[in-house]
Design a protein around this ligand. Sequence first.
Ligand SMILES: *[C@@H]1O[C@H](CO)[C@@H](O)[C@H](O)[C@H]1NC(C)=O
Ligand SMILES: *[C@@H]1O[C@H](CO)[C@@H](O)[C@H](O)[C@H]1NC(C)=O
Length: 560
Amino acid sequence: MRLSILAPLAAILAVANGNPMGRRALAIHESVKAVPAGFAHAGAVSPAQEITLRIALAQNDIAGLEAKTYAVSDPANALYGQHLTRQEVPEFVKPSAETVSAVSEWLSENGITAKSISPAGDLLQISLSVSKADALLSTQFSTFTHIASGKTSIRTLAYSVPVSLQSHIQFVHPTVAFVPPLSGLPGPRAAPSTNAVPASCEDIVNPTCLQAMYGIPSAKATSSASNVIGVAGYLDEFANSVDLGLFLSNLRTDLVNSTFSLQTIDDGSNDQTLDDAGIEADLDIEYTVGIAGGVPVTFISVGDDSVDDVDGFIDIVNSILAEPSGITVLTTSYAFNEEDLPISLAVGMCNAYMQLGAVGISVLFASGDGGVSGGQPTTCTTFVPTAPGDCPFITSVGGSTGLPPQVAASLSGGGFSNFFPTPTYQAGDVAAYIASIGDQYSGLYNTSGRGLPDVAAQAENVEIAWMGSFWLVGGTSCASPIFASMIALVNDRLIAAGKPVLGFLNPFLYSPAGRGAFTDITSGNNPGCGTDGFSAKAGWDPVTGLGTPNFNLLLAAVGL
Ligand SMILES: *[C@@H]1O[C@H](CO)[C@@H](O)[C@H](O)[C@H]1NC(C)=O
Ligand SMILES: *[C@@H]1O[C@H](CO)[C@@H](O)[C@H](O)[C@H]1NC(C)=O
């Protein structure tokens, strides 16, 4: 209703400016019904304030890229391992000439210059005043507060684009996205450990324990520069070199001289003041450098110079696509709740991760620490899947614990997406699990959604060095770097044997050979939303996926 009042106003402004934009028929492109829970309207925003918006353009042939990505990632396909080059991917995702000219014409009519911020030109960025943005999108931006954090943002409940452009524009962001600020996964679980040397892997898990539990070799990798693990860092969580040195000199003395390199995006940095070390960043670096011995690790620190946290996620992808960095595995221990993202944005992110899969990069995300309630324990009336692990092109890593045979870590995020349908590679597994629970939790989760996690690894009592001393942390934040390290070590052996790296993992993991490399977890559950959550069972389950990896069986599964 507000929009029908605003639309004529925009037309009047246009005439006053001698600007023809008001003549185009507009239609609402995206909207939310009301201010989402957890946010409050906080008043008007100054019309002169500058804002930055991103316009995601329709991609030329995303279905074609999807087919190619599956073909090169499926061991049963003749094209397996024949990853696309960085030059081939933009052919699929670049917008059509018609899209580019239609959108450019609209922007130039409005005196707006856009810059492309993705290698394929499918993502444009514009900076303009709020009054101009209001007129362009026939809307009224205002200020909203995220109540719990006090963080404010400029958003709107609905926006329009010209009818003639609806098929050319996927979404404009940030507009109707009300995303709570990202939170690191393991922070609150940290507790001091008095002992730098493990007494028992039941209580304190360190690299030696993981080597024993999952068969991880201590021999150093040899193929170096062409096989790099990227560790995504957000929220000014800095990875500290002194902490890494302390960790290695106590727990991986054979790797004592190993370091990591730094890449910064969006004005990111990596302050080395010991008191500014981040728990998450230290954990992620220690359990990549300290597990994947000899594999180069790059800490990718994303700063604040992006419009919001979601943009930082997409910027990492575009930066990796733009420049060859040797990254073959990307691990991220931060997550959103799926329900907090507009579906347009979730799909846009997923299509970006698909591009990484197409060029042969394995993308791993921690599945969340709130069991069936999502990223963190929260009150909920229906189960909450996490994003972007809900994207079928990502390998979602859940949590396990205890001495072998391991059980599910109760924090392990898991469930079923409401945005992405069950992909073919796990269709039989998901159907079998859902059949096994009958109508338990009926209505609390989506029976046709992508199931997550895909696999699991240690997620409790993990020993890290942080701010100069040793601590125990828990969370699927531990599991993702551990599994990423194992994949990088498999890649190292593949490269040495003259074979392609693994790339997008899931079709391989769920293949008969791939699933054979996992120890099924059949005990434990992931409570949340006032329920006991799902139970781990024989076969895939939405608590621990296919189970925990075994390195030698992974080698056998890839034919080494
Ligand atoms: C670490 O570097 C020092 C100095 O170069 C060297 O003496 C030592 O052998 C190295 N240690 C390992 C385990 O590589
Ligand atoms: C359940 O998932 C399907 C497949 O992704 C989707 O089409 C449907 O909208 C979802 N249902 C709900 C209630 O979100």
